[in-house]
Design a protein around this ligand. Sequence first.
Ligand SMILES: C[S@@+](CC[C@H](N)C(=O)[O-])C[C@H]1O[C@@H](n2cnc3c(N)ncnc32)[C@H](O)[C@@H]1O
Length: 249
Amino acid sequence: MNAILQEILATGVTVLPDGERVPIHSGVGPGSGSVLLAAVEAAKPKLGCEVGLAFGLSTLYILDAMQAHGGGRLIGVDPAQHDATWRGGGLHNVQRAGFADYYEFLEETSQLALPKLAGCGTRIQFGFIDGWHTFDHALVDFFFLDMMMDVGGVVVLDDVGYPGLQRLAHFIVSNRDYKLLALDRRPIPSGWRVTAKSGAQRLLRPLVRDNHSPTMETLKLQQPINTAQLIALQKRGDDRRRFDHFVPF
Ligand SMILES: C[S@@+](CC[C@H](N)C(=O)[O-])C[C@H]1O[C@@H](n2cnc3c(N)ncnc32)[C@H](O)[C@@H]1O
């Protein structure tokens, strides 16, 4: 593992460009890091795109994994890298980890940057969504990453415990041709209640199934998604739905 990533994980502290050391208060943990590694291993991306840099923890995991699996490049998108919270710490980590030659940074919102990338004909094989966590923003991120994504590529969603991200995960597996590749679970204290509720849903849903209902394959993914922290979804096919397709999610 990259030495800077190791140091940050061991100390919980990162160094800013002005030399100040600050605690890492945001970023993916080691469990999610392992899923990012598995996702990169499966996709072997020549080019990836990450939404949400912050202090660059996920960026280091992704670039470290890319180095180990073919050495592709990563485009990062984040409008607030130089604000009072992040203070350039993510870009500084990319540089001191030795990944600067494999990384391109767009300092703007993903909702404006991704359509431009897609409009230029950019093709990617890996995407990571960890920006603004409302349903609509995350859906726009997914929509444009998917437009650029080759079949076999992998999109990873962080913070699937947030309602907006959880609905997005259900939308993708119900309506788009993606399969669950891997996930990082989050602890659920009242787990038995969730299991009982989704168990009842599983029993009732097939009775009311019609052509626009979720498939059994999709229904089986409900519980894993509802208990996940981060999920990796692999693209199986391009979007060939009818113009009026809609499966409730
Ligand atoms: C949870 S943090 C990302 C953590 C990072 N992926 C990691 O693991 O270290 C969310 C980031 O999304 C960025 N962000 C917020 N709105 C955004 C937008 N519209 N487009 C892109 N990034 C955005 C924030 O500036 C912040 O850096």
